[in-house]
Structures are given as structure tokens and as C-alpha cells.
Design a protein around this ligand. Structure first.
Ligand SMILES: Cc1cc2nc3c(=O)[nH]c(=O)nc-3n(C[C@H](O)[C@H](O)[C@H](O)COP(=O)(O)OP(=O)(O)OC[C@H]3O[C@@H](n4cnc5c(N)ncnc54)[C@H](O)[C@@H]3O)c2cc1C
Length: 447
């Protein structure tokens, strides 16, 4: 069996490694258009913050694992056309155009930034960091810069703002929502971060949508137009939504309106023997049915899963929990499941907010918000913002949400095992307890 995997990043490398385990006799080809692969997309920010002693620290360990196998890795090899009827890929390697037959094709081409810029001179004014070589070019450009505009105040935009604010730069950030990080963190928890943005003199424009990007009249700056004004800077950093790289297969494989490839529960596309994974697809997500959740852990999950389904449909996709974690402006921020605002679109919700410092927990600063369904106390989501690291708490919450647990279940479970009898701070259980007390008080009051 010959398995071709297009895209040697988190999804593609995971798929290749799993296929190598399950089908030791198979010929596995892992191809990528880039010369350097396997780097985390945050490499540019880590470099800016001086967090890397060696650049290799920014490369996923999956790459090292791939290199220890017989997987046939072909870099600087671009997939340009698909002949699904004859099970053939057309690829470019330098000047050469080659045909590659496959028995199974796994597509893992990832996503790109939505804003397409054709003008070459304007392109030069954009800082790009998704691929390693682009990140290195951006790193060179930023040394001579005095001002940068960031479009998008989500996780990527704020991480970039945090990193760039270490340099003597004038920074402007545009965000269409009324608060930054709105997809992951409710507005009532953002005070600390907003304060930090002010302290670092980052000019934040919320509820302001960028309409146009062009070169400034002088030709040596980038100009950004919104309905409220025009702004100029030396460079522009796009941190907006992603769009899957599906142009090549658009007419051949069935796609959703957002350009994700439609796959069945076993990750197979509308064409037999062609599978799609990672940032190319939507995933089953509580309440939403399906949602586009482009994250590294989802790329790895689908990459591993697909390998089991190549010959026989064995392991279906399960509903995923979105868990997003960032270190921003000195705070660790983790968001799991739905925010209050998202949950309100589907059901009636209640929330509990815990705030520290708590002397008994020896925590510097912490805010935790729990979101539950009003009718039955089912856990829907949580957000944790802390100067200490408590991601394990959120993993517990994520598991609880996936298992459909209620606040009552959570409190009972925590009596039995985690985390009360360990040295973990029982934030999630504590919030559930508080919620149940409040419910009891409210029903006593009604009686
Ligand atoms: C700046 C930035 C920061 C991010 N930070 C985080 C974070 O903190 N946490 C998190 O979970 N996620 C983060 N993400 C999202 C994360 O990068 C993606 O979800 C993840 O990389 C998806 O993995 P993938 O393997 O599906 O696709 P990708 O990583 O996009 O890889 C796709 C690969 O396919 C190759 N390819 C594309 N087209 C072709 C072609 N025609 N021929 C050959 N090869 C091709 C590309 O070169 C690439 O190597 C961030 C993204 C960006 C841009």
C-alpha cells in the first residue's frame, strides 16, 4: 500500500507516524512545499521575547520522531493538482512536474490567513510567522521597524502584541469585537489584560473593522482604512481568522461554505481513499454540531485517528472540547468549552466567578469563571486567568465537560479522588460547590 500525506506539519507528521506503526509494510510518503517543517507557529514571538536558546527548541518533537523512521519525507515538493479518478497527484519539485500514484491520500495542508495580498510591495510590508522561513524574514524586518499595526485581537494577535511590546515600537491593534480575546474569554474577565495593554501603550481599537489594506501614498508604509479613520505603520501583522488551503481540491472534493473539506465520521472525504485532517476540516463540537477549531491538539488528534480508518472504518471522531491556553502579559489564560456569551446562544446559563488572592492556596492572582447550564447544572465551560500555572485544573474541567458532568457530579467526584487529596488547588470543584450552595440558598428563599 502506498500512502501519500500532503503537509508535514502537526496533522501530517502525526498521521505519518501512526501509519508507520499500524502498517509497517506500507510505503509512506510525507511531502511539504516548505524547506523547513515542524516548527511551532509561535517561533517569531518566542524569538522576540528571547525565550529560545536554540532555534531547534521551537521545533515539534514529532519531527525528530519522523526522522527516526523509514518515512519518505519530500520537502520543497508542492502538490498542485489532483486526479482522483486515477488516484494520481501532480506535484512540483523545483522546475520538475511529477506524477505520484497513491492507494491512500491524506490531505493535511493546513490553513492560511484570510487576507490575500497580491501587490508585491505591499506583501513586503506584512509580517508573516506561520511558516518558519517567513518567521525568520519577519524577524529581520522588525529590527529596523518603528511601528506595527496588528489586525486581530484574538489569541494570535495578543500574543504578538505582547511579544512586540518588548521592543521600542509604536503598536496599534484592531479588533472587530468589543473586547480582545472575545472567542475565548468573556468581557468581564478581561480587565487585567486591558490594563496591561494600556500600560504598554498599545493603541487598541476595539469594535473597529479594517476595510482595506494598501501601501501608503509615500509607498514606504502600510495603510489601514477602517470606517473611523486611516492609519499608517512600517509593518502590518495579520492575526485574523484562518481559511483552509483547499483551493486545489475545491472542485473535486465536497467542501463546506467556509472552504473546509467535508469528511465523514472516519475522516474520509467525498472521494474514496482520500482523507482530510487538521486545519482542513470541521470537528464535532458541543451545541454547535460542527465547528472549525484550528488548533494544534486537534491537528494531532485527527492525524492519529485517520491512520486507523484507512482500510476499514474503525474509529469514529468523538466530540472535541476546545481548550485554548496562552501566556499573555504575565497571565496564564486558559479557556475550555463555551464562553458565557457563546453558551447563551444555545441555552440558559448560570455562572460562578472565583477570585484570588487566596491565602490558603498561596496564589498571587487568579480569576476563574465557571459556566453551567441553568436547567440541570451541566458544566459547559470555564475560563482561568492566573499569574500562576493551573492548566491541570482545566484539563480536569475539559474531561468533565466531555463526559456531560454536572456541578453536582464534579463535587461528588472530587470527594472521592482528585484534587482534594493531592496538592492541586481545587478551583473547579470549589466553584461547583459555590454554585450548588447558591442554588440551595435560592430554592430555600423561594420556599
Ligand atoms: C501565528 C500563529 C500562532 C498560533 N498559535 C497557536 C497556539 O498557540 N496553539 C494552537 O493550538 N494553535 C495555534 N495556531 C494554529 C496552529 O498553527 C494550527 O492549528 C496547526 O498548525 C494546524 O496544523 P496542520 O498540520 O493541520 O496544518 P499546518 O500547520 O498549517 O501545516 C500545513 C502544512 O501543509 C503544507 N502545505 C500546504 N499546502 C501545500 C501544498 N500545496 N503542497 C505541499 N505542502 C503544502 C504547509 O507548508 C504546511 O507545512 C497558531 C497559528 C498561527 C498562524
Amino acid at each position: 500500500m502506498k500512502i501519500i500525506i500532503v503537509g508535514a506539519s502537526f496533522a501530517g507528521m502525526s498521521a505519518a507516524l501512526e501509519c508507520h506503526q499500524i502498517y509497517p509494510e506500507a510505503q509512506i510518503v510525507l511531502m511539504d512545499k516548505e524547506k523547513e517543517v515542524g516548527f511551532f507557529p509561535n517561533v517569531f514571538n518566542w524569538q522576540l521575547k528571547g525565550e529560545l536558546k536554540q532555534i531547534e527548541e521551537a521545533r515539534s518533537e514529532l519531527w525528530g520522531q519522523v526522522q527516526q523512521t523509514r518515512i519518505d519525507v519530500r520537502l520543497e515538493t508542492r502538490f498542485v493538482r489532483l486526479d482522483a479518478d486515477n488516484q494520481v497527484l501532480i506535484v512540483e519539485q523545483g522546475e520538475q512536474v511529477l506524477e505520484e500514484a497513491y492507494d491512500v491520500l491524506i490531505l493535511a495542508m493546513g490553513a492560511k490567513q484570510v487576507w490575500e495580498v497580491e501587490d508585491k510591495a505591499l506583501h513586503e510590508r506584512i509580517l508573516s510567522s506561520k511558516y518558519f522561513l517567513d518567521a525568520q524574514k519577519s524577524w529581520e524586518k522588525i529590527r529596523a521597524a518603528q511601528s506595527v499595526i496588528i489586525i486581530g485581537g484574538g489569541q494570535i494577535g495578543l500574543e504578538s502584541a505582547d511579544a512586540l511590546s518588548q521592543l521600542p515600537l509604536s503598536l496599534t491593534l484592531f479588533e472587530a469585537e468589543t473586547t480582545p480575546l472575545a472567542k475565548y474569554v468573556d468581557a468581564d474577565l478581561m480587565a487585567g489584560i486591558e490594563e496591561e495593554l494600556k500600560k504598554r501603550q498599545i493603541d487598541v481599537h476595539t469594535a473597529e473593522i479594517v476595510e482595506n489594506i494598501s501601501l501608503s501614498p509615500s509607498g514606504n508604509k502600510v495603510q489601514v482604512d477602517t470606517l473611523k479613520g486611516s492609519y499608517e505603520a512600517d509593518y502590518l501583522l495579520l492575526a485574523t481568522n484562518f481559511q483552509p488551503n483547499t483551493d486545489i481540491v475545491g472542485g473535486i472534493l465536497e467542501c463546506n461554505p467556509d472552504k473546509t473539506i467535508i469528511v465523514d465520521d472516519y475522516l474520509e472525504t467525498s472521494q474514496p481513499n482520500i482523507f482530510a485532517i487538521g486545519d482542513l476540516i470541521q470537528l464535532p463540537f458541543a451545541f454547535f454540531g460542527k465547528a472549525y477549531l484550528p488548533l494544534i491538539n486537534h491537528a494531532i488528534l485527527t492525524g492519529r485517528l485517520v491512520a486507523y480508518n484507512l482500510l476499514k472504518k474503525r474509529r469514529p471522531l468523538q466530540e472535541v472540547q476546545r481548550i485554548v491556553s496562552s501566556h499573555l502579559f504575565g497571565y496564564n489564560i486558559t479557556s475550555v468549552g463555551l464562553t458565557e456569551r457563546q453558551a447563551q446562544l444555545w441555552t440558559d446559563v448560570d455562572t460562578v466567578v472565583l477570585q484570588a488572592p487566596f491565602s490558603q492556596w498561596e496564589i498571587d492572582e487568579l480569576t476563574f469563571k465557571l459556566i453551567v447550564q441553568k436547567s440541570d447544572g451541566r458544566l459547559l465551560g470555564g475560563q482561568l486567568i492566573s499569574t500562576s500555572r493551573y492548566i491541570h485544573q482545566m484539563n480536569i474541567l475539559s474531561l468533565a465537560i466531555s463526559n456531560g458532568m454536572t456541578a453536582q457530579d464534579m463535587v461528588e467526584q472530587s470527594w472521592l479522588c482528585l484534587p482534594r487529596y493531592t496538592n492541586l488547588v481545587p478551583i473547579v470543584a470549589e466553584a461547583c460547590q459555590l454554585y450548588l450552595h447558591r442554588q440551595e440558598e435560592e430554592s430555600a428563599h423561594e420556599d
